[in-house]
Design a protein around this ligand. Sequence first.
Ligand code: 4G0
Length: 262
Amino acid sequence: MIVDILTLFPGMFTGPLTESILKRAQQAGLIHVRLHNIRDWATDRHRTTDDAPYGGGAGMVMKPEPLAACIRAVLALPPGATAAESPASPPVILLTPDGEVFTQAIAQELAGAERLVLVCGHYEGIDERVREALITRELSIGDYVLTGGELAAMVVVDAVARLVPGVIDAESVAEESHGDGLLEYPHYTRPAVWEGRPVPPVLVSGHHGEVAKWRRRERLRRTLLRRPDLLERARAAGRLTAADLAWLAELGWPSQAPQTGP
Ligand code: 4G0
């Protein structure tokens, strides 16, 4: 997978991309991240990339010309320069607080793409006409405002890259939290007693069936306590078994029948 990142601050990416799993994935040729400095596409003497908003108000807006030139240049890069190389044009994704909230399901969807183009905005955002003309999707990593889209882009790259086949162990991806809509069970490693706290005896019992049952129950308990919204969604999607529902009833769920219409 090729990931093109358009930014005014390419240096912000060097840390995350040159450490640990993202570094290994790039060395293995599984993902290739290319950084593009939007400022390189400014044509005036001061290489201006922002300007005051029409109509007045606080802050600055990213000018359309350098950003559009950068996006078009990146879309023209191979692979993807010709129809034969890349039959569909890649998604051009703006990271913005007004975007669709990024989830594991979206990460899974994006992991199937051959190529992603990520646009990092700065200041108060980008000129609306560039959005209309060139942005095909807008994503937000959560309901908060950052100084730029760079950290959000890194979050997206990390979440997507680990789902690209070969980047991490397939079993850990299949088992993890959010993959199937329930939180994870608690994990323990040696020593068997730490600061007076023992590991739950079932985990050292060697009874694999009992371990699996305990883990499922702990996942349900934890999801009920921390994310009842996820539990309701799992129930509605038919992902809870009769045994799950019996255990949840022991835990007092649902404490109140969900409210139905008027
Ligand atoms: C575009 C993403 C980019 C528009 C980017 C701000 C938070 C996120 C930026 C704006 C970002 C996120 C309209 C303020 C840069 N902040 N939650 N900041 N506006 O994903």
